[in-house]
Design a protein. Structure first.
Lengths: 228, 103
């Protein structure tokens, strides 16, 4: 059995390697906001209020491009709807928490934190304080997201675009799923999702980000049926 | 106007995080759905990976000789055999940089 402190540390360490993508992406996010002419306070406040990298950039780009606030808000909702899937997976492990604790820890559910904590949860189902791992992973991501968007706001246009730091984002997610390439069923689901995302890339409100997982999960259900 | 829309976007985003954790009773989900949910990482993350590699900043497809494809292949191979997250990310970034800066 792990202590609360051990789980918190394990959560922290599990997402530490992902800082190679979180920090550059945060800097880019802050810098883009300033470049598009928004006030520094507003750009930074989004990191606390929305706390969702890609959706923050899309929101500002849409508004500065003259889109209505309704379209911008809808896009944020659609892009972040993938969290519903993360929550559905995590709920099994957070079941015993009080309602208030569930409300609080939900704020920290983000892509990389979900991915790493979920991997740990699958192997350690019976630990009593599992949520401390999520607190460690999500909390670390939160702190570094705040610091990096702030840095981007301060550095502004000094951030060079050409070195392609945004490429760290797909790489970080490759690192998360790469071991599942050993399982044929997962490979089928991944390819379905990936191809769907390219096919539906131009669908309105960036909805490819939720359409392709839904298609991929239907394929997963089919695969499960065939396996029986 | 911008402020209020940020706050609304924030509330919606928080609900996407909180609804399944705090509001929906897990027993409502059947065994079949729970089995399908095991595929969530494999079903979601390629939707971030594929466009991040194959589509450029202007929303169009990249050429097949784009350095990002090479970087991604290196990262997949290194990640698969090393099982190391840092090695995966850095090998992909460096092989990408080597091509754009040296070649």
């Amino acid at each position: 059995m792990f202590t609360k402190k051990q789980l918190l540390t394990k959560g922290l360490l599990s997402v530490a390697p992902h800082m190679f993508s979180v920090i550059p992406f945060g800097i880019v996010c802050g810098a883009i906001g300033i470049e598009l002419g928004f006030s520094p306070i507003l750009v930074y406040a989004m990191s606390i209020i929305i706390f969702g990298g890609a959706s923050q950039i899309v929101f500002l780009q849409l508004l500065s491009g003259g889109a209505s606030t309704l379209i911008a808000v809808t896009s944020v909702g659609v892009i972040n709807s993938r969290h519903l899937l993360y929550g559905a997976v995590l709920s099994e492990y957070l079941d015993k928490l009080s309602f208030v604790k569930k409300l609080l820890i939900s704020y920290l559910v983000v892509d990389q934190g979900f991915a790493e904590s979920n991997k740990f949860f699958q192997k350690n189902k019976n630990e009593p304080y599992l949520h401390y791992h999520l607190l460690g992973s999500g909390g670390t991501l939160w702190i570094f997201w705040q610091l990096s968007t702030l840095s981007g706001i301060i550095l502004g246009s000094f951030v060079p675009e050409e070195i392609g730091l945004k490429f760290a984002v797909p790489l970080t997610f490759i690192a998360i799923v790469v071991q599942d390439l050993k399982k044929l069923d997962h490979v089928i689901v991944m390819i379905t999702c990936g191809l769907s995302s390219l096919l539906f890339f131009n669908a309105p409100f960036k909805s490819y980000i939720i359409i392709s997982p839904i298609i991929a999960l239907f394929v997963a259900a089919l695969v499960l049926k065939l396996k029986k | 106007m911008t402020w209020s829309s940020i706050i609304i976007a924030g509330i919606i985003t928080y609900f996407t995080r909180m609804t399944m954790v705090a509001l929906v009773d897990r027993d409502l989900l059947g065994e079949k759905i729970k089995a399908v949910l095991a595929y969530v990482p494999s079903a979601v993350f390629p939707a971030i990976i594929f466009p991040g590699i194959f589509i450029n900043d202007y929303g169009t497809f990249i050429e097949m000789n784009d350095p990002k494809i090479f970087g991604a292949i290196v990262a997949i191979l290194v990640g698969y055999f090393s099982r190391n997250v840092i090695a995966t990310i850095l090998s992909g970034l460096f092989s990408y940089w080597i091509i754009i800066f040296l070649l």
